[in-house]
Design a protein around this ligand. Structure first.
Ligand code: NAD
Length: 517
């Protein structure tokens, strides 16, 4: 164990979470098995090998699918509120493991310890939400057009849900899906990101304990580990009615087509290109806090990270100067140390993409205000720490149109009315999160109106980054159109059935059709 890992109690956290030097990467609950090759998990915090995970082979995948499909047969028969009780117990176990799991998230993924704990808190929150939901999976009743008929709709369990997740929310995204899927009576097969396999094993161990304590079939929650090829097994598998996939738009386009080819359902949570509009009526202090946290939090590796600031020309220079001054205060370093604001990028590949994006920007005519750099020397040995950059640009630049998963903030200027800013904000392919900073009611309401933001999330006087679990989360356009977490997002995990019952003694047909025999 390295100095950082020892100093911050990572070894104890790994032991508590059941992580060993070499871990089985395939699990159907209490049975862990694997015969595949090895996946190594290195920490971007200090570049050290944390542990190894055996990849899931095609043969093991078959065993998992068998366990999951069998488990579904009985799990769907358990009343929903009793399934809610299982999720309640899972939430309790998460509370007990919050510190250990939060530390692992921070060490394996590189986000700040506070954000690591925050991610586990989101898991706990969605469990609480799902417990209440387990008594509210209700449909509607309708009035039939025929006499002595009753019509209503109900929701039934769907089956096996395949969950494919990204590295940047290595535990919460799985929990958003799993907590809802379980109360809906579904069973889950999860393929975490190949960049954060240990977080997957830790989560699986926690939920498996709950299933075991309740003597439930282990196939209710299954884990498989590997790269995109394993993801493809899920997307092509017609035994899986729903694929919930979180990741890049590039991945989502492939997944969507593969699942659609077999007429399965997909829930897609893909890339964003999120902007904050700053109008002349904005509160400057709130704007700077929202913009800086949005741009550099999680080192710019949130799907909701602020990538573009669209600032009115009358306050442009003031905002620019305040931002540059704020960036000078940023402390970049070990994310487990709470005094640091910015941790590392996930790996060297991400660092290269960050460098290339800055270079491409310059070739297109961007002007650097706070220069990017890869940090080296003591504390930066992993090679994954970069300086957050601020760049003046135009929305039409190719690089501004793309999502670069790194802390690069583009400043864009607008003139005239807020409609011009909204047009710039909407003029990208992605549609996840958006925000306006203004104390002007007209501007705020216009931003939220049908001609306003075209994103799945539109905030007023809050940044773009982060969201509460109570609302449905997701985005439009190339963000994929999926919604998960709160509100009525549960409906995608169930199949809807419309029922009409005739309690009369004749058989009138709908639409007044006569068929006399
Ligand atoms: P990624 O697309 O590289 O990988 C995501 C997951 O998809 C991984 O588990 C990967 O193995 C799998 N995968 C890749 N290709 C696949 C294929 N052809 N078939 C099946 N599975 C495949 O993304 P990443 O680098 O891990 O994460 C960053 C991206 O995720 C960013 O674009 C970010 O915006 C997005 N993201 C979106 C949300 C959201 O809710 N909208 C949340 C988190 C991350």
């Amino acid at each position: 164990m390295t100095t950082i890992a020892i100093q911050f109690g990572i070894k104890e956290a790994l032991t508590q979470l059941g992580i060993r030097e070499v871990n089985e990467g395939t699990s159907t609950g209490k049975s862990s098995f694997s015969s595949g090759a090895i996946l190594e998990s290195y920490s971007p915090v200090d570049g050290q090998l944390i542990a190894k995970v055996k990849k899931t082979s095609a043969a093991d995948y078959e065993k998992v699918m068998q366990a999951a499909t069998e488990a579904f047969q009985s799990f769907r028969l358990i009343p929903a509120p009793q399934r809610g009780e299982i999720v309640r117990q899972f939430g309790e176990k998460l509370r007990k493991n919050k510190e250990a799991l939060g530390k692992l998230v921070s060490y394996e993924m590189g986000k700040s310890l506070q954000e690591g704990y925050g991610e586990v808190q989101e898991m706990i929150d969605i469990c609480d939400f799902a417990v209440g939901l387990s008594r509210q999976l209700h449909g509607l009743t309708m009035h039939s057009e025929r006499p002595n008929h009753r019509m209503y709709e109900q929701y039934h369990s769907l089956g096996v849900v395949g969950i494919i997740s990204a590295f940047n929310f290595p535990v919460a995204v799985w929990a958003w899906n799993t907590a809802l899927a379980l109360v809906c009576g579904d069973v889950c097969v999860w393929k975490p990101s190949e960049k954060t396999p240990l977080c997957g094993i830790a989560c699986q161990n926690i939920l498996a304990q709950v299933l075991q304590e309740n003597k439930l079939p282990e196939g209710i929650s299954c884990l498989i580990n590997g790269d995109y090829k394993l993801g493809e097994l899920l997307t092509k598998d017609s035994r899986i009615p729903l694929i919930s996939a979180t990741g890049s738009t590039r991945m989502g386009k492939i997944v969507a087509q593969t699942v659609a080819a077999r007429l399965g359902k997909s829930l897609l949570e893909l890339g964003g290109n999120n902007a904050i509009i700053v109008t002349p009526d904005a509160d400057i202090k709130m704007t700077i806090i929202g913009a800086v946290f949005g741009a550099v939090g999680t080192a710019g590796q949130r799907c909701t990270s602020t990538r573009r600031l669209i600032i009115h020309e009358s306050i442009y220079d003031k905002i620019k100067e305040s931002l540059v001054a704020a960036y000078q205060q940023l402390r970049i370093g070990n994310p487990l140390d709470e005094k640091n604001h910015v941790g590392p990028l996930i790996d060297i590949d991400a660092v290269e993409k960050y460098g290339k994006a800055l270079e491409k920007g310059i070739s297109e005519g961007t002007k650097i205000l706070v220069d990017g750099a890869v940090l080296s020397g003591a504390g930066y040995e992993s090679g994954c720490y970069v300086q957050p950059a601020i760049v003046e640009a135009d929305n039409s630049f190719e690089i501004v149109q793309q999502e670069t998963f790194a802390p690069i903030l583009y400043l864009l200027k607008y003139s005239g009315t807020v409609e011009n800013a909204i047009a710039i904000q909407n003029n990208v392919a992605q549609g996840l999160s958006s925000a306006i900073m203004t104390n002007n009611l007209r501007e705020a309401e216009l931003f939220l109106s049908v001609t306003g933001s075209d994103c799945g999330i539109a905030n007023v006087n809050i940044g773009t980054s982060g969201a509460e679990i109570g609302g449905a989360f997701g985005g439009e356009k190339e963000t994929g159109g999926g919604r998960e977490s709160g509100s009525d997002a549960w409906k995608v995990y169930m199949r809807r059935q419309t029922n009409t019952i005739n309690y009369g003694s004749s058989l009138p047909l709908a639409q007044g059709i006569k068929f006399d025999l």
